[in-house]
Design a binder for this molecule. Structure first.
Ligand SMILES: [Zn+2]
Length: 54
């Protein structure tokens, strides 16, 4: 059996299934928060030219 991967947030040993690959519910939420933050930072395709259309 391969070694379980560590928690990507805090590097502690990950918890079993429902929480994996995280070590705790808290770390799961932290990772989810990062994901959402990045989604906000990257707005998608550039649409700057359309604002000038008049
Ligand atoms: Zn963790």
């Amino acid at each position: 059996m391969p070694d379980p991967k560590p928690c990507p947030v805090c590097r502690k040993p990950a918890a079993p299934k429902p929480l994996a690959p995280f070590c705790s519910e808290r770390c799961r939420q932290v990772d989810l928060g990062r994901w959402l933050t990045e989604a906000y930072v990257v707005p998608g395709p550039p649409a700057g030219e359309e604002t000038e259309a008049d």
